[in-house]
Unconditional design. Structure first.
Lengths: 494, 95
């Protein structure tokens, strides 16, 4: 039998039900794996006692035949989710030592379903970044390395700790959040699966806010089936989030039939961007052939506003962030730097508490919302957002799903792309439009780059049609047969 | 749009972030670069387009106007940098 840390959630579920091992065995194996992987800097807080306690309860429930959908499954939680009594920093110095007095809805639902908490994982500060290098608690290392090159690589971001933790076999799955690609891009960089659900599918209550009209939580796992299982437990209406959709949660796992015959798959011509590498184009073509071979019909579509999605996003997201982050003022929680007056205290606290990228975005957001510039920037961006969403709506009149690359490149080295903020922003060129339109999108590992690094393909679906997104993602996973493993794995030996 | 140092200083004050004089030049350059890149949006005519604030196609739900939470001042104060007698403490704001 495979090591307990190398199982998928579905395999671990089967093993528990056949009593091949206990939830305690699973928890212990993963606690050891977490400790063994500290060099990656993925975990900010380890909660082994909590994990053992939860595993004990899971074993008791399983013995009574009462296990939930994730009973006994050890998970890592992105440090953006408030966890009652356990430090939650959002990767920022300004929230250092903050212990929320409440639990986020999504994590509460995971514990309700029987999941076991291993700890809180690292991320870009306030989820602003594509490399996990903006964290106040240090960069995270990708468990993958380029062939013949031992330089540490970024795991992507902002859910970089989640991606590294899952890829390195220290957790069976992890929560992520995705405002402009923060689940899908790190999933692609780390060779795992990540789905950003439709805006409104998972409650945002208790998740530290970045850009409220774009933020959405989702699972990061080592298989599409695992993503379906975990999403089922995370999703659902929550009266505490007024944008949470009052819709029933379908059985996502049941959608994985492998049957996509007759489905129309849109191939957006504007995603063929200038300077895109040949291997990304090749992977995309390979994906199209797989879906064709499975009986689907590729359809050429046009999403003509694609090139404007990134600049529109870099008005809307910073504008919302500048407003959301106004709450960090040194009064009620988090860091305080004393000052002579209240204003001086605010200014000193925020200067010391926020990192460079967060400050940059707050300043941009403040500027585009300031008197005299609101119409020229913010309103203009909201109009572009309407056009971008309109492009997708038009396309979905004829197609059932859209296939595109997840990111324009494979993982890069820590320190690369760090001089020019716009070069870093371009990582999200294929993912940001999906957030602006509020649609579901999944990244599935589909192949390796010439340097031996994982590359993902993205499937985008209609609003609240995660079932189709998962179904098509599952076909890509089956066709790709991606069995490559990172150079670093807990438990040793790649 | 090129921002000058005075404009960056004004935005920083609005955002309540202390920026030392020595950083203004660099920040003005970075922010100007981002704004210039953003301005490609002006290539697109958006006359008559309704701005989109949210993708959630629903009217915000109303609930009964009653207290559903509260009565836990110690929880609320637990993370306060400074507190006394059940209140948050801040520097003096009234002369």
């Amino acid at each position: 039998m495979a090591a307990l840390t190398d199982l998928t959630i579905a395999e671990a579920r089967a093993g528990l039900s056949k009593k091949e091992f206990s939830a305690r065995d699973l928890a212990e194996a993963h606690i050891a794996a977490v400790a063994e992987s500290r060099q990656l800097n993925a975990y900010l807080v380890e909660t082994p006692e909590r994990a053992l306690e939860m595993a004990k309860r899971s074993d008791e429930k399983l013995a009574r035949g009462q296990g939930g959908a994730l009973e006994g499954m050890p998970l890592a939680i992105k440090d953006l989710f408030c966890t009652e009594g356990i430090q939650t920093t959002a990767g920022s110095r300004i929230l250092g030592g903050f212990k929320p007095p409440y639990e986020s809805t999504v994590t509460a639902k995971l514990w309700q379903a029987g999941a076991v908490m291993l700890g809180k994982v690292n991320m870009d500060e306030f989820a602003m970044g594509s490399s996990n290098t903006t964290s106040a608690y240090g960069a995270v290392e990708n468990p993958w390395r380029r062939r013949g090159d031992n330089r540490p690589l970024v795991p992507g971001g902002s859910s970089g700790g989640s991606a590294a933790a899952v890829a390195a076999r220290t957790a069976l799955g992890a929560t992520g959040t995705d405002t402009g690609g923060s689940i899908r891009q790190p999933a692609s960089f780390a060779g795992i699966v990540g789905i950003k659900p439709t805006y409104g599918r998972c409650s945002r209550w208790g998740i530290v806010a970045f850009a409220s009209s774009l933020d959405q939580a989702g699972p990061m796992t080592r298989s599409v089936r695992d993503a379906a299982i975990m999403l089922g437990a995370m999703a659902g209406h929550d009266p505490k989030d007024s944008t949470s959709a009052p819709l029933p949660v379908p059985d996502f796992e049941a959608a994985l039939t492998g049957d996509i015959r007759g489905m129309k798959i849109g191939i957006p011509r504007e995603y063929r961007i200038d300077g895109m590498s040949a291997e990304i184009e090749q992977l995309w073509q390979q994906g199209i052939s797989w879906l064709k071979a499975a009986g689907a019909e590729p359809v050429d579509i046009s999403l003509k506003m694609t090139k404007y999605a990134l600049p529109a996003y870099y008005i809307i997201a910073p504008a919302e962030a500048s407003s959301n982050l106004a709450r960090y003022d040194g009064v009620r929680f988090g860091l305080r730097v004393p000052g002579e007056s209240l204003d001086e205290m605010y200014e000193a606290t925020r200067a010391a508490g926020f990192g460079a990228e967060v400050k940059r975005r707050i300043l941009i957001g403040t500027y585009v919302l300031s008197a005299g510039y609101y119409d020229a920037y913010y309103l203009k961006a909201q109009k572009l957002r309407a056009l971008i969403a309109g492009d997708f709506a038009e396309a979905f009149k004829t197609v059932d799903a859209i296939l595109a690359p997840t990111a324009p490149s494979a993982a890069f080295a820590i320190g690369e792309n760090s001089d020019d903020p716009i070069a870093m922003y371009l990582n999200d060129v294929f993912t940001v439009p999906v957030n602006l339109a509020g649609l579901p999108g999944i990244s599935v590992p589909a192949g390796l780059s010439g340097e031996g690094l994982p590359l993902g393909l993205q499937v985008i679906g209609r609003a609240f049609d995660e079932a189709t997104v998962l179904k098509v993602g599952d076909v890509i996973e089956r066709s790709a047969g991606f069995t490559h493993r990172p150079q670093f794995m807990a438990g040793g030996r790649a | 749009m090129a921002l000058d140092k005075a404009t960056v200083a004004r935005i920083a004050t609005l955002a309540r972030i202390k920026v030392p004089e020595s950083d203004l030049e660099r920040l003005a350059g970075e922010l100007s670069g981002i704004l210039t890149w953003i301005e490609q949006l002006n290539e697109v005519s958006t006359d008559g387009v309704e701005p989109m604030a949210s993708v959630a196609e629903m009217t915000l739900p109303m609930r009964e106007d009653k207290v559903t939470d509260g009565g836990s001042p110690e929880k609320i104060l637990a993370n306060a940098p400074q507190q006394a007698l059940g209140f948050f403490l801040v520097p003096k704001v009234v002369e």
